[in-house]
Design a protein around this ligand. Sequence first.
Ligand code: DGL
Length: 292
Amino acid sequence: MTTDNKSATSLPAASLPIGVFDSGVGGLTVLRALKKALPHEDFLYLGDTARLPYGTKSGATVARYALQTTRVLVDQGVKLLVIACNTASSVALPGLAEAYPGLPVVGVIEPGARACCAQAPHGRIAVIATGGTVRGAAYQTAILRHRPQATIATRPAQVFVALAEEGWTEGPEVEAVAKRYLDPLMAEFPEGGPDCLVLGCTHFPVLAEAIRKVLPKGVCLVDSAETTAESVALELAERGLLKPVPQGMKDGEQPCGTVRFFATDDPERFAKVGEIFLGTPLAAADITLVDL
Ligand code: DGL
C-alpha cells in the first residue's frame, strides 16, 4: 500500500502513525476515543490554533487550510488521516482525495450520522454545529442517506467553540448560551421533542454536562468520537494497516502507542486547554510549533 507520502520514511506502512487534525483542541475529543480503541497505534495530532475558528470561514478557505494541515502530517509520514473537525470534514474530503489518492481519509460526519441514527427510534434528530457545517447541510445529507424519513433540525452554535477554547466548560454563562441555542431548536420538534441532539462539532463534547442541564429529559446526546474510532479501526483492518502488536508482550500487559502534538500557535495555551479535551496531562514542551 502506498500513501503517496513523499516523505523519506522507511517504516513499513502499518507501522506509521495515524494523522489527526482539527482547527484547535476540539479534535482531542476524537483522539481520546482513538487512543482508547487503538491503544498501541501511534498518532500525530495537529491543531491549527493560529487560524481557528474554521466554523466562521468560507468552505473554500477551510478546504485550503485542510490541504495545508494535511501536507504537514503527510510529510511526517502517516498511514491514514482523520479529519477530527466537522467543519473541515464537510468541505475537504474531495480535495484531499484528489491531492492524496492513496491516503485513506476518515471524516467525522459520516460516523456521527451513523451514531445518531442508531439512537433515534423515531427518527427525530436535532443537530448543533458550527456555522460552516450547518451552511453546508452535511449532517442532513449524511443522516438522510441512513434514514430517508428522518426529521432533522440544525442550528449553528459557534459561541460554544469560543467557550470550549477558553476552557469555560460549565457554569451559568455556558448554560445561558446553551439555553439560547437549544430552546428554539427544541421548539422545532413540537411532537415530543427530538430523540437525540448531535454535538456536530468536536469542541462540543466538553460542554456536554452544561448542555444536558438545559436539555429536556429523554433527549440523548450523541457525538461522533467513538463511531469515528470504530471507522478508523475498520478501515485499517480492511487495508491490512493495523500496527502489529509488539512481540514479547506478557499476558495482561497493555500496549501503549505514542502521540506527537503539533500546533500552529502558542504551545502553552494548547497544553493548558488541551488537557481538558484529552483527559490526560499535556505539557507545552511536548507540543511542536509549526508554520503552515
Ligand atoms: N472543531 C471543529 C468542528 O468540529 C471546528 C471548530 C471551529 O474551528 O470553528 O467543526
